[in-house]
Design a protein around this ligand. Structure first.
Ligand SMILES: NC(=O)c1ccc[n+]([C@@H]2O[C@H](COP(=O)([O-])OP(=O)(O)OC[C@H]3O[C@@H](n4cnc5c(N)ncnc54)[C@H](OP(=O)(O)O)[C@@H]3O)[C@@H](O)[C@H]2O)c1
Length: 254
């Protein structure tokens, strides 16, 4: 049976865990050949095997996207493997929680490095290929999807730098959307609320209990809930541009 994304290629950053892994698997089920990008090659190889066992197409692409060379190599490897790029999901991210005044500078650098610079380097490297794919069969459109956060809409104490990066992603997405409209590259943003992944586990140990307490009373979203939102965006007809999807956990008030 024909699938919506047959004949297309998707690249998902941060595919070694959480939302990225789930999104990559979902896009492969929709028919895309998927490049799985992250630093942990063993995790990517395992996911590639799982996707292949489901009868779909994926390959691991090990890269650190916080450098321009790393991001360019990720895109180059996807193009070398599949010959085109129709969908970029900028999902890789880092969230290190804690009051700004006490945070080691390395924490800001890590968040800005992956959430902002990584997303910019990946977008720049992918754009010529997305523009080309938008001119071609089978869809005559292409997609750049940025994974922001409810923290890109709502600022709270303890997440100041994370808020800075995700508010920035939202603004960048809207400007780029307008820049690329004529080329028929659809640029969109997905803003997840609280999702059950390993994201918060990288916060300093002494602050982790506080982070967990904040979400203890709500049933978190699952990675596949966000994969659903991405799949909805990229499987629309070329006449439809879903610019933004904000998905909170149902019991999440912020
Ligand atoms: N979980 C939530 O509640 C939540 C809520 C809102 C938004 N988000 C956003 O959703 C996205 C995915 O997060 P998640 O919750 O799925 O967290 P996660 O499980 O920790 O996944 C983060 C991913 O980013 C990758 N990554 C980190 N640094 C990288 C680098 N330098 N180069 C390449 N890949 C890198 C990690 O892979 P490696 O370590 O293998 O490189 C991992 O695959 C992030 O942008 C996050 O801000 C999450």
């Amino acid at each position: 049976m024909a699938k919506e994304l047959d004949g297309t290629v998707a690249l998902v950053t941060g595919a070694s865990s959480g939302i990225g892994a789930s999104t990559a698997r979902r896009l492969a089920r929709e028919g895309a050949s998927v490049a799985l990008v992250a630093r942990r090659g063993d995790r990517l190889a395992e996911l590639a095997r799982t996707i292949q066992q489901e009868g779909n197409v994926a390959r691991a692409v090990v890269a650190d996207i916080t450098t321009r060379a790393g991001a360019e190599s990720a895109v180059d490897q996807a193009i070398a493997a599949y010959g085109r790029l129709d969908i970029l999901v900028n999902n890789a991210g880092s969230m290190l929680v804690g009051p700004f005044a006490d945070a080691p500078e390395g924490e800001w650098e890590q968040m800005v490095g992956v959430n902002v610079l990584g997303l910019l380097y990946m977008s720049k490297a992918a754009l010529p290929h997305l523009i080309e794919a938008a001119r071609a069969d089978p869809r005559h459109t292409s997609d750049l999807v940025n994974i922001s956060s409810s923290a890109g809409r709502v600022a709270r104490p303890g997440t100041a730098v994370y808020n800075l990066t995700k508010f920035g992603v939202n603004g960048f997405t809207e400007a780029l959307r307008q820049e690329l409209q004529a080329a028929r590259v659809r640029v969109s943003v997905v803003e997840p609320g609280s999702v059950d992944t390993e994201l918060a586990s990288h916060t300093r140990e002494e602050l982790r209990a506080g982070v967990q307490a904040q979400v203890a009373n709500i049933e978190a979203l699952r990675p596949e809930d966000i994969a659903d939102a991405v799949a909805y965006i990229v499987t629309r007809s070329r006449r439809v541009a879903v610019n933004e999807i904000f998905v909170r956990a149902a019991a999440q008030s912020w």
